[in-house]
Design a protein around this ligand. Structure first.
Ligand SMILES: Nc1nc2c(c(=O)[nH]1)N[C@H]1C(S)=C(S)[C@@H](COP(=O)(O)OP(=O)(O)OC[C@H]3O[C@@H](n4cnc5c(=O)[nH]c(N)nc54)[C@H](O)[C@@H]3O)O[C@H]1N2
Ligand SMILES: Nc1nc2c(c(=O)[nH]1)N[C@H]1C(S)=C(S)[C@@H](COP(=O)(O)OP(=O)(O)OC[C@H]3O[C@@H](n4cnc5c(=O)[nH]c(N)nc54)[C@H](O)[C@@H]3O)O[C@H]1N2
Ligand code: SF4
Ligand SMILES: [Mo]
Length: 723
């Protein structure tokens, strides 16, 4: 008989901000140390493999520079960039008791003096676990009456735009892409950001499918495509409308589908008439023949699956763009075919009980007699440097921000207009707490740093925005040092604040059934998740949503039967709600202010793609040597078409200055002839690891998108010059 294994295998879920939400099996040895992470082979999307970033996850968990204890800024230590490896010199170790008491006392004082809205929570997607992303933290800040954060930095423009058309974020299941005959990857860096879709595409191609990639940048996915359309940034709405023009001209639309389930087709058809292939070609940099070919191929291949990711909507008119692209499968009826349709996000399939988790009912009214103000995270620089600073001018904005509580985010690196953000963070009167795992660009400005956990070290439950599985992430190891989870932190702080509500004592084991809306009968009341209980998750690790339980016999075909959760109950080509808001009810193309057609293009003639790195997760992982090595070829580079470089007397490998009115960064020139003329690219990194201490976000602006008030990282004009 085999001896009992000294190893345990624990089912966890990768909680990084990635559509794939992989099921991760963690092997833990007798000493309680994680010794291996691997993809769960039984999870149909994970398929037993992890991306390169997370395959090396133990480098992050056991990194020697992890923050392990609460820290307090030393008296006299100035806020601002610290030398890497020497951050400890500015801080002293304190106990959790001291930290929690001091922070609670300061928050009480700030709230009493300036009103609770002077406290701003700032968080995004350090973890996308349901509990870690938004539960006890929201309860805490609601109860406190703090300013509310409008979480717009990633997907708000596209998400709202999609919902305007379809009412809900649902789409083609990842697994079904294997059945497509045409895959259109539109602003979707599949190899970099969504690698578990790739095996499905490979399978489809073995069965004769073609892959077309529409992206100004030649990603690895684009290199492997049958056709890469290197479109000019921010012109995709024109292309989508041009495709409609051709499709309708050539009567390739699905009339029966349109009549049955869409609203406002006549208006859209009239709008599309304006977008002749010739005009579209002039904007996009394609030829008119290419526009026609794309439209015909898309409309006549069955099934045609469109993978639209969030790249196109991080632009000034990203909302109109996503609306236009999202309408294509509704015009061709591609939704009707298994393996066809489109996916931006699958998150609408999950029906978590957010009211129970986040307790908006605890929200304290502001002393100004309203719900606490909403502060847009994509304009953090403004919020910290301008908002309320002149109350005589803008009384409705409420008090200036006097306390900032950062968790799950690294705004010092990822927020646009970095100089304004840093100017705000450096304010000596601003009280800043950061809950983190590493000394980031943001902790350099903290008054208190609190140590946070990785997904191996806390229990959570998770959905996904790229598949349809609910998954349990069980704590696999003890947190190193005194690291503590988000749930624990905000529960403890609430008690120090004297918040008596019992919900502040909930544990993850209490909260998972709340998230699943488990009623007294032991069953979930969440549509689509009725069959999912905590016990079942404990047993199985991951469970598909009800509509995805039997894909072979009951394939999920979204938007093939009404009514849809839109005002008309139909797919909306024409949006009355946009019209009511004084906006264009139909999609249109408008050149971004910061584009080659903008007024500043003379001074700043280059369109910058301020991209994500393939081997980091936004700014996460950028501090790890192994990950930096994988990224080395493109890191700290300004990628340019050799012709654009030559026009500026720049050669390959030379240091250059990239600048606009907001800031300057120094990077090494990397020739890349696949970039369209007039377009340059650089990647997100930790600012403090770059020469000069800034990253690409020193160049990006706080201008907001047309729909959803999101960030516009991809609408940025710059000039590049020799040093
Ligand atoms: N490796 C890695 N994976 C990640 C992340 C990461 O940082 N690194 N980030 C995660 C996050 S936060 C998100 S939101 C998801 C989703 O991530 P996405 O939002 O899809 O990612 P991006 O890389 O910003 O954009 C996708 C592609 O759109 C292209 N693009 C930019 N502008 C335009 C345009 O005007 N038109 C067209 N057609 N394409 C354009 C970009 O060149 C890029 O290749 O990925 C997640 N996965
Ligand atoms: N130039 C440019 N800027 C961008 C983008 C771009 O494409 N280009 N992309 C934008 C997008 S799409 C997004 S989503 C944002 C992402 O912005 P962020 O969500 O801020 O992303 P990260 O840089 O990954 O930072 C997350 C931080 O949370 C920490 N963390 C991880 N887990 C936990 C936890 O359990 N608790 C706590 N307290 N902390 C934790 C990590 O260590 C990390 O430092 O960046 C945006 N910024
Ligand atoms: S980052 Fe994405 S692909 Fe990588 S392990 Fe996590 S969920 Fe999977
Ligand atoms: Mo994102």
């Amino acid at each position: 008989m085999a001896a009992a294994s000294p190893f345990r295998i624990v089912h966890t879920v990768c909680s990084h901000d990635c559509p794939d939400s992989c099921a991760v099996l963690v092997t833990v040895n007798e000493q309680g140390r994680a010794v291996k992470v691997e993809g769960d082979p039984s999870q149909p999307v994970t398929q037993g493999f992890l991306c390169g970033k997370v395959a090396k996850y133990l480098d992050r968990v056991y990194a020697p520079d992890r923050i392990l204890f609460p820290l307090k800024r030393k008296p006299g230590a100035q806020k601002g960039p610290l030398l890497r490896g020497r951050e400890h010199e500015a801080f002293e170790r304190i106990s959790w008791d001291e930290a929690l008491d001091a922070i609670a006392a300061r928050l009480k004082e700030t709230s009493g003096r300036y009103g609770p809205e002077s406290i701003l929570p700032y968080s995004y997607a350090g973890t996308i676990g349901v509990l870690g992303y938004g539960s006890m933290d929201r309860r805490f800040f609601h109860r406190l009456g703090a300013s509310r954060l409008d979480r717009t930095i990633c997907s708000e423009a596209g998400g709202q735009a999609w919902n305007l058309v379809y009412g809900k974020k649902l789409g083609t299941p990842t697994e079904d892409f294997a059945l497509a005959k045409l895959v259109l990857a539109w602003g979707a860096n599949i190899h970099g950001n969504n690698v578990h879709l790739w095996p499905m595409i490979e399978k489809a191609r073995r069965n004769g499918a073609r892959l077309i990639v529409i992206d100004p940048y030649q990603t690895r996915t684009a290199r492997l495509a049958d056709w890469h359309i290197a479109i000019r940034p921010g012109t995709d709405a024109a292309l989508a409308l041009g495709m409609m023009h051709v499709i309708l001209n050539e009567r390739l639309e699905d009339r029966a589908y349109i009549d049955e389930i869409t609203h406002g087709f006549a208006g859209l058809a009239e709008r599309a008439r304006e977008y002749t292939p010739e005009r579209v070609a002039a904007w996009t940099g394609m030829t008119a023949a290419e526009v026609e070919q794309l439209a015909r191929e898309y409309a006549t291949t069955r099934p045609a699956a469109l993978r639209l990711n969030y790249g196109v909507q991080r632009a000034e008119y990203g909302g109109a763009t996503v609306r236009a692209i999202a309408m294509l499968p509704a015009i061709t009826g591609a939704w009707k075919h298994r393996g066809g349709g489109a996916v931006l996000s699958t998150s609408g399939g999950f029906t978590w009980n957010e009211a129970a988790l986040r307790r908006p009912d605890l929200q304290q009214a502001s002393p100004l007699g309203r719900t606490a103000r909403l502060v847009n995270m994509s304009a953090l620089g403004q919020a910290l440097t301008e908002l309320g600073q002149a109350p005589d001018k803008r009384p409705s904005d409420g008090p200036p921000v006097h306390a900032l509580f950062v968790y799950n985010s690294n705004p010092g690196a990822v927020a646009p207009n970095q100089n304004a953000v840093r100017q705000g963070l450096a304010r000596p009167d601003l009280f800043t707490v950061v809950h983190e795992l590493f000394f980031t660009d943001t902790t350099d400005y903290a008054d208190y740093i609190l140590p946070a956990t990785t997904f191996l070290e806390h229990t959570d439950v998770q959905g996904a925005y790229g598949h349809y599985f609910v998954q349990l992430s069980r704590q696999a190891i003890e947190p190193p040092g005194e690291a503590r989870s988000n749930v624990w932190l905000f529960g403890q702080l609430a008690q120090r604040m004297g918040f008596a509500e019992p919900c502040f004592r909930d544990t993850p084991e209490d909260m998972i059934p709340q998230a699943l809306a488990i009623g007294p009968d032991g069953h979930s009341n969440n549509p689509g998740m009725e069959h999912i209980t905590f016990e079942a998750l404990e047993e199985q690790g991951h469970i598909p949503l009800s509509f995805h339980r039997a894909p072979e016999t009951h394939p999920f075909l979204p938007y093939t039967a009404g009514p849809l959760p839109t005002p008309s109950g139909k797919i909306e080509f024409y949006s009355e709600s946009l019209a009511a808001a004084g906006l264009d009810p139909l999609p249109a193309f408008t050149p971004p202010t910061e584009s080659r057609w903008g007024k500043d293009a003379e001074r700043y003639p280059l369109e910058l793609l301020a991209r994500k790195a393939d081997n980091y997760m936004n700014s996460t992982f950028a501090n790890l040597d192994g990950h930096r090595k994988m990224e080395a070829a493109r890191n700290q580079r300004i990628e340019m078409n050799p012709a654009d470089a030559a026009a500026r007397g720049l050669s390959d490998g030379e240091q250059a200055r990239i600048f606009n009115d907001r800031g300057t960064i120094q990077l090494e020139v990397l020739f890349d002839s696949s970039l369209p003329l007039g377009v340059v690219a650089a990647r997100l990194d930790w600012a403090k690891l770059n020469p000069g201490g800034s990253n690409v976000n020193v160049l990006t602006s706080e201008r907001l998108t047309d729909i959803g008030a999101g960030a516009t990282f991809y609408s940025t004009l710059v000039e590049v010059e020799k040093i």
